[in-house]
Design a protein around this ligand. Sequence first.
Ligand SMILES: [Zn+2]
Length: 79
Amino acid sequence: MKTPAILLAMLMMSNLAFAGNYPLTTCVVSGEKLGEMGPPIVINYKGTEVRFCCDGCPKKFYKDPEKYLAKLKTAPSSH
Ligand SMILES: [Zn+2]
């Protein structure tokens, strides 16, 4: 069975995303501090790691992912 190259690329990207340090200390959906309501929920959206304060937030994220991803991208890379 042949694995499409695009799938391999996605896997590699997701590994890199999870290995890197996350630019935000807060949930992109609610703005709550990550970890304050228990372990953060981590998802991988198109190779980008996104963390949430609770399991209700990914549902909101998926309704308007680009809006929340913009917050992630404008976050300062160092602090
Ligand atoms: Zn939340």
